[in-house]
Design a binder for this molecule. Structure first.
Ligand SMILES: NC(=O)c1ccc[n+]([C@@H]2O[C@H](COP(=O)([O-])OP(=O)(O)OC[C@H]3O[C@@H](n4cnc5c(N)ncnc54)[C@H](O)[C@@H]3O)[C@@H](O)[C@H]2O)c1
Ligand SMILES: [Zn+2]
Length: 341
């Protein structure tokens, strides 16, 4: 097991890589209450034996306030108090909701995560953004509050379906696009199957991505600067995700292609590199385009949290491995969205 400590404004976050779920009670000797979803619970029931566990329905459609209300109800039934430590065990949907519920229950109790999908391991569990969707509006309500720890037990991945492995690689490719050309080149050489079959390479890949995301977030916890770069592919991605019932990674993959096209049009991003991005997304089994309703997508995009009055902060690539934030007037963005459809 490898331990890394990340320092945030209000707390430190301990990261335990290659750890075992069974050691959690020793690492965090407190009154733990687990929150997980029915898939994780079904595949790993034995891991939860003897623990107070709240099991929610699986899937993005349940990442809504009503699920939070039911979690809070069960926390009351378990007589959870200020000393209770909430542990979200699952994919990004579970960690987003567990962190949010913990942030508002009794005005905030401590929490930690055990991410069980690739996507949650490399992205969703890191950085303290927690929350829920409101109807089709992604992550419209939530908090920024850091977990006390992240525990990585790779044995959870044994039950992860292939589609969910692929889903997680969208955020890995995103990290490479915005911050790490060497990682991009390494990924170009490999495939999902390679990482599934090589646990050592997978552990290196996950650690690299934990470092990329954590470094960005520790320097800019409240998204005043560099953290915005992590939204590459997300403004458009979020607009199509719930409306079209896409997996988050699929939506972001299509969003990255759109953002690459905008980068080419207004940021001198080279068309050869754009082709490399398309090729790598396809190599990892991710979609690069979809049919959708222009007007609906634009209406959703306008509601994005990154809109400030009549401009939207939008992430463009300068080159592979380097991105920048641009304020794009809404009218210009609407034009570009219409053209790229
Ligand atoms: N907070 C953030 O910074 C952040 C960043 C990126 C994404 N997200 C959010 O994360 C969510 C997507 O995360 P996700 O892709 O992990 O989704 P998810 O939590 O829905 O998990 C995907 C599916 O895999 C199942 N699953 C999870 N672990 C499993 C395991 N070990 N074995 C078998 N099945 C398992 C789940 O039940 C679910 O059906 C989105 O809601 C997105 O908005 C948040
Ligand atoms: Zn994402």
């Amino acid at each position: 097991m490898k331990e890394i400590k990340y320092q945030f404004s209000a707390t430190d976050c301990m990261v335990y890589l290659g750890a075992s779920f069974g050691s959690l009670q020793d690492l965090v000797p407190l009154n733990l209450i687990f929150i997980t979803d029915e898939n994780v619970f079904r595949h790993h029931t034995e891991k939860f034996e003897g623990h107070k566990t709240i099991v929610v329905k699986a899937g993005e459609e349940y990442k809504q306030q009503t699920t939070i209300d039911s979690i809070i109800q069960q926390l009351i039934e378990f007589e959870a108090d200020r000393k209770t430590f909430i542990v979200g065990v699952g994919g990004g949907v579970v960690t987003d909701m567990a962190g949010y519920a913990a942030s508002i229950y009794l005005r905030g109790v401590k929490f930690g995560f055990v991410p069980t999908t690739i996507l949650a391991m490399v992205d969703a569990a890191i950085g303290g953004k927690n929350g829920v969707d409101v109807g089709v509006y992604k992550n419209l309500v939530g908090t920024i509050r850091q977990p006390q720890f992240l525990l990585y037990d790779y044995s959870f991945l044994e039950s992860l379906p292939l589609a969910q492995w692929i889903n997680g690689f969208a955020e890995i490719i995103k990290h490479a696009c915005i911050k790490d050309a060497a990682l991009f080149a390494w990924l170009q050489d490999k495939s999902v199957a390679y990482f599934q079959q090589n646990p050592d390479a997978l552990a290196i890949l996950i650690e690299k991505n934990v470092t990329i995301k954590s470094s960005i977030v520790t320097l800019d916890e409240f998204e005043q600067g560099d953290r915005k770069l992590l939204n590459f592919g997300h403004t458009f991605g979020h607009a199509i995700e719930n409306e079209n019932q896409l997996l988050h990674g699929h939506a972001i993959s299509i969003g990255m292609m759109i953002a690459s096209t905008f980068s080419e049009e207004i940021n001198q991003f080279s068309s050869a590199e754009k082709a490399e991005i398309k090729a790598i997304l396809q190599q990892y089994g991710l979609p690069t385009k979809i049919q959708y309703d222009k007007q609906k997508v634009w209406n959703l995009m306008k509601m994005d949290k990154k809109r400030v009055s009549d401009t939207m902060s939008f992430i463009l690539l300068n080159k592979i491995g380097e991105a920048s934030v641009h304020q794009i007037p809404l009218v210009q963005l609407e034009d570009m969205v219409n053209q790229s459809l």
